[in-house]
Design a protein around this ligand. Structure first.
Ligand code: GLU
Length: 565
């Protein structure tokens, strides 16, 4: 047995876990050590973001306070991923009242947007155009979460990011590589001045990057609150940048924006209760469908990490993504049969379609009266988006996934930050097969997301895990796979994140390049799968309970860091 396998066979974490399964083969990353905390713990996609969260937690800040401070720093140091020019989804667990809340800070389409907006276009035609820029929702959502769950003053949460924007931060290898390879970012004069040298070369790894315009932006929001963006000169600058690039966002769209509180979507998986984000993200519903179908299959009899386990997991994914692609969208615009999609009888019927010996290859969506039309979504994974998981000393927790969509979003800057291209998450054709598509563009509507901030509770209702990831539509597979590694295979968090990825979005069965064990491909093909070997650059940040301790692990595929005390 390799040293890696020995590491995987760890002590079970879970109060109700069965005996650990024996992984047959694993060639994933070498697990990085997890970080533990007795009182609090933060795991974010960058060491500077994690340091900001830890400082705020040390000052007695709540999980939401720490998440806000970390997010503002991530906006600065991971400009490719997320920020106040974009949107996100936040789950909050109140350790005292035991109340779970879900916040929707998804971008909206401007009032001028019509269903024809992207018809006939390709992603590359519109990604760097003002047409892809939606009304940013992240800041409004963070302010709402702070109003309800914050403890420290709003302005204090801006101090770490302001300090770092002024003093400068060190360009990371990942940021450098993304700057180097980007085709559009140099075209924006502000971005070129900030991120590139005079000859067009990207700032070197380790170069100190100062962003005084962003420091000014942060100062104005620290002082005036989100109104500085939604009703102030900053908003005017955002709208002007979008319009200069052919967009139609205006100040009235910003003034109209509201973050929404939604009812979290929860379901049972074996002895656990798993909760996530409802539409307009597909994250919660599709993760729960996938797991619900898996629980009803013979997955639990397949050895951990065997090709048979990958077979059941990707078959369940096919069925879940088929429903996702047809039925999910913005619930304020389309009727979503959410309860029917998660009903035990329906999941029984869906699981009954599967066989141990043969792949279903392509799943058809279930037949619900509310359904609109077929809408395939094979959007690729982007090297952007960020996820953070935090627990505080009172037992409150935050799972926050946020995004500006593609790397560097629309590549348009205002106020020292990048604006999203999130409207490209809408279906480009508003109709298919003569019927309207649920995720078509409409004025004021939120595009369907896959972001899946997730929390797990045990039989006694105790919070036992906080997680999420970037990865476009693959996010759901990453989160579901991590859940089975933790819950079914009893893996330590760092070992779960080091596993090779697998899953299907109702296209081919995808397995991770250079990580998937030899043998998977042949065995899966023998079951009728078409196998695609691809890069699967998740960015999971997870926190799990182990007895009286919290343990955090960060994804070895990106630059995350965890810290706790
Ligand atoms: N725009 C994507 C979503 O909302 C996230 C982008 C990514 O993670 O690649 O689902």
């Amino acid at each position: 047995m390799s040293r890696f396998l020995a590491l995987l066979l760890c002590v079970p974490l879970w109060a109700f876990a069965q005996a650990p399964a024996q992984p047959e083969a694993a060639t994933g990353f070498a697990p990085q050590a997890s970080v533990s905390g007795k009182r609090y713990l933060a795991a974010t996609a960058h060491a500077d973001g994690t340091a900001a969260a830890r400082d705020i937690l040390r000052q007695g800040g709540s999980a939401v306070d720490a998440a806000i401070a970390a997010q503002l720093v991530l906006n600065l140091v991971e400009p490719q991923s997320s920020g106040i020019g974009g949107g996100g989804f936040l789950l909050h667990w109140d350790g005292r009242t035991r109340e779970l809340s879900a916040y929707d800070g998804r971008e909206t389409a401007p009032a001028a947007a019509s269903p024809e907006r992207f018809r006939g276009a390709a992603f590359r035609d519109v990604v760097a155009s003002g047409k892809s820029i939606g009304v940013p929702g992240l800041l409004a959502m963070l302010a709402e979460a702070h109003r309800r769950h914050g403890r420290l003053p709003w302005a204090r949460l801006f101090e770490p990011a302001i300090r770092l924007a002024e003093a400068g931060f060190s360009v990371s290898p990942r940021l450098h590589a993304l700057l180097r390879d980007d085709r559009y970012l140099r075209d924006d004069a502000n971005a070129r001045r900030l991120y590139y040298q005079a000859d067009g070369a990207p700032l070197a790894v380790g170069a100190v990057l100062r962003n005084p315009a962003f420091a000014d932006t942060l100062r104005s929001i620290a002082l005036a609150g989100p109104a500085a963006l939604y009703r102030g000169p900053l908003g005017v600058a955002v709208a002007a940048a979008a319009r200069a690039a052919g967009g139609d966002l205006d100040a009235a769209d910003l003034a109209r924006y509201r973050a929404r509180q939604r009812t979290p979507v929860c379901g049972n998986y074996r002895v656990w209760r798993i909760c996530g984000m409802p539409p307009p993200s597909s994250g919660g519903v599709t993760t729960l469908q996938l797991l619900g179908i898996l629980e009803r299959s013979a997955f639990d009899r397949a050895p951990a990490l065997s090709a048979q386990a990958v077979h059941w997991f990707s078959e369940a994914g096919r069925l879940a993504y088929a429903d996702r692609n047809r039925y999910l969208g913005d619930p304020d615009y389309v009727a979503i049969p959410q309860d029917d999609m998660l009903a035990p009888g329906y999941l029984d019927r869906r699981a009954g379609l599967l066989s141990a010996r043969k792949s279903i290859v392509t799943a058809w969506p279930g037949d619900f009266p509310a359904g609109r039309s077929r809408d395939d979504d094979d959007a690729p994974e982007r090297p952007s988006t960020t996820h953070l998981s935090i627990v505080d000393a009172e037992g409150n927790a935050v799972a926050l996934t946020s995004s500006i969509e593609d790397a560097f979003g629309s590549r348009k800057m205002a106020g020292g930050f990048l604006l999203n291209n999130q409207l490209t998450d809408f279906a480009f054709a508003p109709d298919a097969g003569g019927r309207l598509v649920a995720n078509r563009v409409e004025a004021g509507k939120r595009p369907l997301s896959s972001m899946a901030p997730t929390m797990v509770f045990d039989r006694r209702g105790r919070l036992v895990a906080v997680l999420g990831s970037p990865g476009g539509p693959r996010i759901i597979n990453y989160v579901a796979q991590t859940l089975v590694a933790l819950l079914d295979w009893n893996m330590a968090p760092e070992a779960a994140l080091a596993l090779p990825h697998f899953g299907s979005r109702n296209g081919p069965t995808e397995i991770e390049r250079e990580r998937a064990p030899e043998g998977w491909q042949n065995e899966l093909e023998a079951l009728g799968h078409t196998v695609a070997t691809v890069d699967m650059t998740s960015g999971l940040q997870i926190v799990v309970r182990q007895g009286d301790l919290w343990l955090a692990a960060v994804d070895p595929r990106r630059e995350g860091a965890a810290a706790g005390e």
